[in-house]
Each structure stands twice: as structure tokens, then as C-alpha cells.
Design a protein around this ligand. Structure first.
Ligand code: PEP
Ligand code: MN
Length: 350
């Protein structure tokens, strides 16, 4: 249930509504919308509980939130969530492009890739140091050493860093290094991990599970939001279907559907969605055309030699061309590319 206060409601009137919500055994969440304070009452509500607020001083309207996800719902929070992540803004007019290798492989690899993607116009750097590999014998990531390399790349380029967390045991370490915690497709419903990340205030990039519905994705986001972490970016990365020509099937519908159902920013990962470098730019263009707030794209200096996902990684020149194309599409839609420029130091050479 949500209680929309009158635009001239006083802090005492807001406080009284909050007290009443808490007396009903529910928890209250306040949102300052442009015109009024909106108070969400979270928990099991009983028949008649909405009437409790009708006629209370300062209360304008009381509405039931019909979706099973509450905090993630646009019913609850009609305006787009816009937040700043490191040096760029996500969820507003700007299109954020996160780029980098699937895995951090060495200091020189990540620093040089960071410089290349920065020059092409990326807003953030990606790179996995804990890798969710299908085989336990495949490269599992560099761990903390990889985080140090990422931090060095950030220092040299000013690009904020995005990296995947696989387990709760890595949380303390990860929040010390990264600007955005990535939750991968395989962990989308790791509820204890979602809860633990909800307790942090580090922005999150939550990827859709391999066979998760849109509602399940939103419920996963709800776990993080319920802990008080409101900076959640949702990511469509393709789903498993009967089609095997591409690695996954891009659910392009998910973009307008999510933008309709939730106020959270929505981005697309065309690399995992297609699995082929040749198709990445086309699907990236489609995503921006469909209203995505950004992209996360795998870029490798030498895709043939990559330790993971080389086949779907763009070379820097192709990435640069993709950025130019999406910049043009963004302009048609009255949007523009985000850039980490504002907070970035000058590009350090070498
Ligand atoms: C990745 O981003 O490298 C990754 C493993 O993605 P996903 O969780 O979408 O498979
Ligand atoms: Mn990958």
C-alpha cells in the first residue's frame, strides 16, 4: 500500500502516518517525489487497513500496490530512479556504456583495455575477477590481485569499475574495490547474497537469470531494495530458448516492459545475449532504440587469445564504431552518451 501525502503536508503529519504504519506491524519507506512525499507500507496488509489512513491530516490518496514487488514497482515510485555511479549518471537522459573484458587477465591487459574503451567513450570499466565458469577446471579469475589491477585501471582512466561477486564471502573485499557490484545470471536468485548486498550501499548491476521471468527478476531486485540499497540497475542478458544459433535469445521486449513496470534503470548485455562479436553491435543498437538506459559490452584487445568469452568480445575499433552508432540513435531519442569525463583525471599515457 502507498500513501501519497498532500504537497503541503508537514513533517509531523508524515511522522504520524509512519507511526501508524509501524503500529500495524508494517515497515514504512519514504520517497520524496517532486510534488509530494510518498510513504510505502511494506508487509502483509489486512482488509480495511487502507481505511486507517483515509482522512488523516496531510494524506492525499491511499493506493494498493498490486504487484508482488513493491519497492521496485512504478506504482510505488512513479518517477525514474536516477543515480550517480562513480563518474556517470544512470537512469536519466544519459546512456551509460560499461565496457571491458569478460575476465581481468593481467595488469597490462586491463589497464590498456581501460584506456581503449575510455578513448572510445565508455562510461565505466567491466572485468570479472571471480568467474562463474561451467567447468570447475576452467579459469576461475584472478581474485584480489585482479581487483588491484582494476583499481589501477580506474586510477589511470577515471573509469568507475564494475565486477561480479560470486559469493557472500567475497563481499567485504569487493565493496572495498568496486563502484558497482555485478550479480550474474547464475546468482540472480541467490537470496542470501541478494539480502547481504541489500545491506550495503554499493550500487548493483543485477543480471536476469538464464531462465528467469521478468517478474522473478523484479522480485530479485526487491530483495536488494528491501535492505535499503536503492541503487539497482537491471540487466537483460538474453534468455535460454530452443534457439541454438546464438548463445542466448535477446528478449528485447524486456526493455520496454521493464521500463513500464519499474522505475529502476535497465541496460542490455548484447555480448552474452548473442555470444558472437558479429551480432553485438546490431543488438546494442536495437536496445538503445527500445529505450535501454545503457549497455554492458565485452571488449578485448586480442579476442582470439582471451581466457573467457573471446568469441563474443569486440575489438576496440569495433567498439568505437558501435559507440558512434548508438550515440546517433541516442540523439534521435533526445538522449546522449554518459561519460565519466567530469570526474576523470587526464588519460595517463603508457
Ligand atoms: C559476465 O558478465 O561475464 C557473465 C558471466 O555474465 P552472465 O552472468 O550474464 O552470464
Ligand atoms: Mn563473459
Amino acid at each position: 500500500m502507498m500513501i501519497i501525502m498532500k504537497s503541503d503536508a508537514t513533517p509531523t503529519q508524515v511522522e504520524r502516518v509512519v507511526e501508524r504504519i509501524e503500529a500495524m506491524g508494517l515497515s514504512a519507506r519514504l520517497f520524496q517525489e517532486s510534488e509530494a512525499t510518498v510513504i510505502g507500507a511494506i508487509g502483509e496488509t489486512r482488509n480495511g487497513s487502507m481505511d486507517t489512513f483515509d482522512g488523516l491530516d496531510g494524506v492525499d490518496t491511499v493506493r494498493r500496490v498490486t504487484h508482488p514487488y513493491k519497492l521496485a514497482s512504478r506504482q510505488f515510485h512513479p518517477a525514474d530512479s536516477i543515480f550517480s555511479v562513480g563518474g556517470f549518471t544512470v537512469g536519466g537522459e544519459e546512456i551509460a556504456v560499461i565496457a571491458g573484458p569478460c575476465s581481468v587477465e593481467s595488469r597490462s591487459q586491463i589497464v590498456e583495455t581501460a584506456q581503449a574503451v575510455k578513448e572510445a567513450g565508455a562510461s565505466a570499466l567491466r572485468g570479472g575477477v571471480f568467474k562463474p565458469r561451467t567447468s570447475p577446471y576452467a579459469f576461475q579469475g584472478l581474485g584480489e590481485e585482479g581487483l588491484e589491477f582494476l583499481a589501477e585501471a580506474r586510477e589511470k582512466t577515471g573509469l568507475p569499475i564494475v565486477s561480479e561477486i560470486l559469493s557472500q564471502t567475497q563481499l567485504d573485499l569487493m565493496v572495498r574495490y568496486v563502484d558497482v557490484l555485478q550479480i550474474g545470471a547464475r546468482n540472480m536468485q541467490n537470496f542470501s547474497l541478494l539480502r547481504a548486498i541489500g545491506e550495503t550501499r554499493t550500487p548493483v548491476l543485477l543480471k536476469r537469470g538464464l531462465s528467469a521471468t521478468i517478474e522473478e527478476l523484479l522480485m530479485a531486485a526487491e530483495y536488494i531494495l528491501a535492505g535499503g540499497n536503492r541503487q539497482v540497475i537491471l540487466c537483460e542478458r538474453g534468455i535460454r530458448t530452443f534457439e541454438t544459433t546464438t548463445r542466448n535469445t535477446t528478449d528485447i521486449n524486456a526493455i520496454p516492459v521493464l521500463k513500464d513496470l519499474t522505475h529502476l534503470p535497465v541496460i542490455l548485455d548484447p555480448s552474452h545475449a548473442t555470444g558472437h562479436a558479429d551480432y553485438v553491435s546490431s543488438v546494442a543498437r536495437a536496445a538503445i532504440g527500445a529505450g535501454a538506459d545503457g549497455l554492458i559490452v565485452e571488449v578485448h584487445l586480442h579476442p582470439d587469445a582471451a581466457v573467457s568469452d573471446g568469441k563474443q568480445s569486440l575489438r576496440p575499433e569495433k567498439f568505437s564504431e558501435m559507440i558512434r552508432q548508438i550515440g546517433q540513435i541516442a540523439r534521435v531519442l533526445n538522449r546522449r552518451l554518459a561519460s565519466a569525463e567530469a570526474s576523470a583525471p587526464a588519460l595517463a599515457g603508457g
